[in-house]
Design a protein around this ligand. Structure first.
Ligand code: TPP
Ligand code: MG
Length: 804
């Protein structure tokens, strides 16, 4: 960079700091529509990264690079985008307001081309690592080779490194031979609450090197480096190196006179050193002592330019939280907000006239033309909004599945993928599977045998080579279509997030399918939420599930996941009972994850059928008898909408049993047993409590807004039931999942399910123990639909069962 350009960049660095600080001030002091809600200022946190982000966005980054920005640096990001013409004043002025620029960069809600949403610290960081891996995957499969390789960059708060998921990702990155990834640590030595521990940089350095990263420590700016060359300078370097973080921060806050006093006290009568301090004014001394490399453009530019290789690189950049602002260094500054008076003096120092706060060129030492010319030459400015429309992948009308007379949904899933694996179709080629060390136990084995594992370097299966019989071939190559992860479930969800954004980040559509045990969704729940928040598209297959996994062990039982499936935004949840249902749902899911996410969901379509989303399938290892039936178009639609009559109730129906998933045999048996004593009993198979409920809510809202004819699937399904009919709902999961069904048309309801867990045993023992067996269903029906006693009801208690 020429000296002239560097001077312009320095001016822009100030402008970025001003705009970011003003944006926050405006939201809090000028617009002031925060409803009295306590909101942190975050001016300090944002200022900490102003120089680094100026260097990156206005010089270093290339259009193909992707960045995860520390959540509280959002105003800096928006300010830079504003300077580049990708953000507007209206959005900035509405920062944190309704439809304004978002408090934390948001891929889906911001207009200025956020690559990765951030907010829950640690997740965006790890996502950059997995995005690099996905880029390698895409290119290794021969796609997107006409585009240059991008670098995935994370801007990380130093306290953010406390998040364990970052280290889980690091280990995975090492295994997968990560490249093209930069992590830039904003080492301001402050977290939200306080000043962080001494010497963390050394831990980080050792750690990153251990995982195969280059580490670049950027500590001193050019002013300090020059001062170190002066007589006594070496002493100054040692003094800074030995200065505890707390003291350094306090002196930064106190400013020139405090630096002078402290240094002179410590120097004693060392002449050359006294001169080094005494020849500088208070302001000069402050500038010198706070001249850390993270606030020194030339140091930063030099270091970034030197990293011209593909090795993963961690930059530890020393910075000051609140740099350039009055509360710089103060340990309480995280939520700090400058006062009106402080803001006025900053405005004066920045030469910004009142009323010109948003002007891009106000108060700069260069003309608007010069600045505009510079901004137009910025490589990153050439980037067009990166929402590539990777063409959707064509799907067959039905998925092939060989159905055995008795089969579990998990086995059905394995069979569908195995069949797909045989084909050389675009669909099969675009599927990418992944699993955190449960590939075999979630039934992905046959698919992996056919399609192989992905690795940048080929690795043969030694067992196969040695001709040792084994059910599974474990061969890695660039063409492999399964990414095997270590056990960490957070990594699964973040990888799914990266794979599911390939259409946007790498302009190539992938169809990601991830498998794990259902209870361990909880382990990665925040990462799952994060993936959905940024509209990543994937299919999650969770199996085994519930207490039905019986002998697998009490610790592995999942109770709350059906409710997670209902409540998680952006995720359509299904729990099929039968394999033909599963095939229909998988076929739907492959289309659903490819739908255009940015279209507005219409009022009567809360199901997001137009906009799409991700899909969660809760499957079981319990083999059950499969119905022999023709899959009609009508049945297919009902399965997708969430429910169908397995036994249609008659006009005088007294009881309906509504069930979900693996308890199908009990529900079917119960209905058979009570048929003699209750009239016209109905049996409702619920494939998706989530979609059924969402449709109902949507229809009610649509009617309230004037769409009088809006009817949801569940309303139509229950419409003909007489009012006196009772509903017994049952599933292997929390009973609240289906308890709302009674409210649809005002029927009495008794909801059976699992509220406690942990006992191991056979399915029969556990169903009896937790009250979801046939007898419990019949007992519930008798209680809710009074009439003559149901003769097949056995008043069983647990000891009786054991004795039986
Ligand atoms: C998962 C999660 N936990 C807690 C928070 C609340 N939080 C926001 S920023 C922060 C600490 C910030 O420290 P650091 O990463 O060093 O950034 P700095 O403020 O120094 O810029 C915390 C605890 C969060 N955003 N996400
Ligand atoms: Mg910090």
């Amino acid at each position: 960079m020429y000296a002239g350009e560097l001077s312009i960049l320095r001016e822009l660095e100030k402008k970025v700091l001003w705009l970011a600080t003003w944006t926050i001030h405006h939201a809090n002091h000028v617009r002031q529509n925060l409803d009295g809600v306590k909101v942190g200022g975050h001016q300090a946190s944002s200022a900490s990264l102003a120089t680094i982000m100026t260097a990156l966005y206005l010089d270093v980054l290339r259009p193909q690079d992707r960045v995860a920005v520390k959540p509280h640096a959002s105003p800096v990001f928006h300010a830079i985008q504003y300077l580049l013409g990708h953000q507007n004043q209206e959005k900035l002025a509405a920062f944190r307001g309704y439809k304004g620029a978002q408090s934390y960069p948001s891929r889906t809600k911001d207009v200025d081309d956020v690559d990765f949403s951030t907010g829950s610290v640690g997740l965006g960081v790890a996502q950059t690592l997995f995005s690099s891996l996905v880029q390698d995957y895409v290119r290794a499969h021969g796609w997107g080779l006409d585009q240059p390789e991008g670098r995935m960059v994370a801007l990380i708060g130093d306290a953010e490194l406390d998040e364990g998921n970052i280290f889980e990702a690091l280990l995975e990155g090492w295994k997968q031979r990560l490249r093209n990834c930069w992590w830039i640590i904003d080492y301001n030595r402050q977290s939200l609450d306080a000043v962080i521990r001494e010497g963390l940089w050394a831990r980080y350095e050792a750690l990153f090197r251990d995982f195969g990263w280059d580490v670049v420590i950027l500590k001193y700016g050019t002013l300090l480096q020059r001062a170190f060359a002066e007589p006594g300078g070496e002493w100054l370097r040692q003094w800074i190196d030995n200065c505890p973080n707390q003291l350094y921060s306090a002196l930064v806050f106190q400013g020139g006179p405090a630096w002078r006093k402290r240094l002179l006290d410590d120097i004693g009568d060392h002449g050359a050193l006294r001169q080094l301090v005494e020849t500088r004014s208070d302001d000069e001394l402050t500038r010198l002592m706070t001249n850390l490399a993270g606030h020194d453009l030339s140091s930063l530019l030099e270091a970034f330019a030197a990293a011209d290789h593909e090795r993963p690189t961690c930059f530890i950049c020393y910075t000051i939280k609140g740099y350039g602002l009055p509360f710089a260094g103060h340990k309480d500054n995280h939520a700090g907000l400058m006062t009106q008076a402080q803001m006025k003096s900053l405005q004066a120092a920045m030469n910004v006239r009142p009323g010109h706060e948003w002007d891009k060129f106000e108060g700069l030492a260069f003309s608007a033309t010069e600045i505009e010319r510079f901004l137009a030459s910025v490589p990153f400015a050439k980037r067009r909004r990166h929402r590539h429309d990777a063409a959707p992948i064509a799907l067959p009308s039905q998925l092939p599945v060989p159905i055995q007379p008795v089969m579990s949904t998990q086995a059905g899933f394995g069979a569908v993928l195995n069949e797909l694996g045989k084909e050389n179709s675009t669909l099969a080629n675009r599927i990418v599977t992944t699993s955190p060390d449960v590939t075999v136990s979630t039934n992905l084995g046959p698919w992996v045998n056919r399609r192989g594992l992905f690795a940048r370097e080929a690795l043969a299966d030694a067992f196969k080579k040695e001709r040792i019989p084994s059910t599974f071939a474990w061969e890695f190559s660039q063409q492999g279509q399964h990414i095997e992860l270590g056990i960490a479930e957070m990594n699964l969800f973040i990888l799914l997030s990266a794979l599911g954004l390939s259409y946007a980040h790498h302009a190539e559509r992938l169809l990601p399918i991830g498998t794990l045990y259902d209870p361990f969704i909880a382990r990665g729940l925040d990462a799952l939420n994060y993936a959905c928040y940024q509209d990543a598209r994937f299919i999650l297959v969770a199996t085994p599930s519930g207490i039905t996994l019986a002998p697998e062990g009490g610790a592995h039982q999942s109770v709350s996941t059906p409710l997670i499936g209902m409540a998680q935004d952006g995720l359509a949840a299904f729990e099929p009972a039968f394999v033909d249902e599963l095939a229909v749902i998988l076929s739907f899911a492959l289309a659903y994850i490819q739908k255009e996410g940015e279209a507005q969901a219409s009022e009567c379509n809360w199901l997001r059928d137009e906009t799409g989303g991700s899909v969660y399938l809760r499957l079981s290892t319990r083999p059950i008898e499969q119905p022999k039936r023709v899959m009609t178009a009508e049945l297919r639609q009902c399965i997708i909408d969430g429910a169908y009559w397995l036994r249609k109730p008659g006009p005088n129906c007294e009881v309906v049993v509504a069930f979900t998933g693996a308890v199908a045999p009990e529900a079917i048996q119960a209905v058979g047993l009570m048929a003699e004593d209750r009239r016209d009993v109905g049996l409702l198979a619920i494939t998706s409590a989530d979609r059924l409920n969402a449709g109902w809510t949507a229809a009610q809202r649509a009617r309230e807004r004037g769409l009088h004819d809006a009817r949801s699937h569940v309303e139509r399904t229950l419409a003909d039931l007489p009012g006196h009919c009772g509903l017994v709902t049952v599933l292997d999961g929390h009973p609240a999942t289906l308890a709302w069904l009674g409210a649809v048309s005002g029927h009495r309801v008794r909801s059976l399910g699992v509220e406690h867990f942990g006992q191991t045993g056979s399915i029969a023992e556990l169903y009896c123990h937790y009250g979801i067996d046939t007898n419990a269903i019949v007992a519930a029906a008798q209680a809710i639909a009074p009439g003559k006693p149901i003769r097949h009801l056995r008043r069983l208690t647990e000891p009786q069962l054991e004795g039986a």
